[in-house]
Design a protein. Structure first.
Length: 357
């Protein structure tokens, strides 16, 4: 069963006769299309993929399981979508209410005329969370390339190298491998490593700095996301205590990521372990998120999210401790949930690496 058929079965269960899919991540998941403008009008039995003339050739190459329809100026998208709905004999179409702004709905309704547009529930996110073997294979490739990037870049971590130097080398590495970054890499050092999502600066690495690298790439439409923290030259007792406790939390949470668990409980485990050393108060973000065609894909592991853990999901596990004026540690891996337990997809060493000055 392909992804279109999976969604059609879900539409039948939900009593949704027709759906207009506009969120690009959902369109890509359904069709394999990687361009910047794509739409799907889908019923429980048939459908059509819509794009503009810029992608007339690309959609023929990438979209295999649906007929394609291409429009060009002076035809308007809203009119073209309405025509596809008429051609499918529809009287009502649900749209993705979490991804369409009100003004767009007004424009569409004017074009659709007597075909009613109704806000639709999210039928796709839960499906996207359960990866097919092909999707897992692509994520594996992206994770393997991220591991290789860290192996390459770690050689540069020494006094006098700037954060921006590290950032650029990460981007260059992926480009040279025929890939690209899945998000702007994070390369921060010293007291700046206490900023979980800081932008790389011209600050140069110094002896005694924590250095955090958070990076990922895209391979065949699917992404990886890995974080490692290093120490330059010499690690103090405080460095080691922080790092060891974050690593203890990361290892325990990976082991706890089993079928039948709840993400909220796994997140709580991380905080419990960090609190053994009084560090939980320095962990402000959630434990992890789903990955797939997006770096922050469907699903969250956090104190506020009721998230059942199921086979086929792929999660990041990324506990962190960030102490203003001193520095921060984050260790992150991508983990596949299987019926036989969790499987790490990223494999770069997790033990503390103190790099020679």
């Amino acid at each position: 069963m392909n992804n279109i058929q999976r969604l059609q079965a879900r539409m039948v269960e939900a009593g949704c006769p027709a759906l207009l899919v506009t969120h690009l991540a959902n369109v890509q998941w359904l069709t394999g299309f990687t361009g910047s403008s794509g739409f799907v009008v889908l019923t429980t039995e048939q459908g059509v993929f819509v794009t503009d003339s810029r992608y007339a050739i690309q959609c023929q190459e990438q979209v295999r399981d649906l007929p394609t329809a291409v429009y060009a100026n002076p035809v308007k998208l809203s009119d073209f979508l309405a025509q596809q709905a008429r051609d499918l004999g529809l009287s009502q179409v649900a749209f993705e209410k979490n991804h369409v702004v009100y003004g767009t709905v007004e424009e569409w309704q004017a074009a659709f005329g007597d075909i009613a547009l109704v806000p639709g529930d999210d039928l796709i996110s839960a499906l996207r969370m359960i990866k097919t073997p092909d999707e897992v294979a692509r994520i594996r490739k992206a994770c393997a390339l991220a591991d290789k990037c860290l192996e390459h870049v770690v050689r540069m971590i020494q006094p006098g190298v700037s954060e921006r130097d590290l950032l650029l080398e990460i981007e260059f590495f992926f480009r040279r491998q025929g890939s690209k970054v899945s998000f702007e890499p994070i390369a921060v050092s010293g007291i700046r490593s206490a900023r979980p999502h800081a932008t790389a600066s011209e600050k140069k690495l110094e002896v005694g700095d924590f250095v955090t690298l958070d990076l990922g790439c895209i391979v065949e439409g699917y992404i990886s996301d890995i974080t490692r923290t290093f120490v330059v030259g010499e690690a103090s007792a405080r460095h080691r205590e922080m790092y060891d406790q974050v690593l203890k939390a990361e290892n325990a949470c990976v082991e706890a990521l089993v079928v039948g668990a709840n993400g909220r409980e796994v997140d709580a485990l991380a905080r419990q372990i960090l609190d053994e050393k009084g560090l939980a108060k320095y962990f402000g973000h959630g434990l992890g998120h789903g990955i797939g065609t997006l770096v922050h894909d469907a699903g969250r592991l956090s104190p506020t999210t009721d998230q059942p853990i199921e086979a086929g999901q792929v999660w990041t596990i990324e506990p962190g401790v960030y102490i203003e004026g001193f520095g921060g540690v984050r260790i992150e891996d991508d983990v596949l949930v299987t019926e036989n337990g969790p499987e790490r997809l990223t494999h770069f060493p997790r033990e503390l690496m103190v790099l020679p000055a």
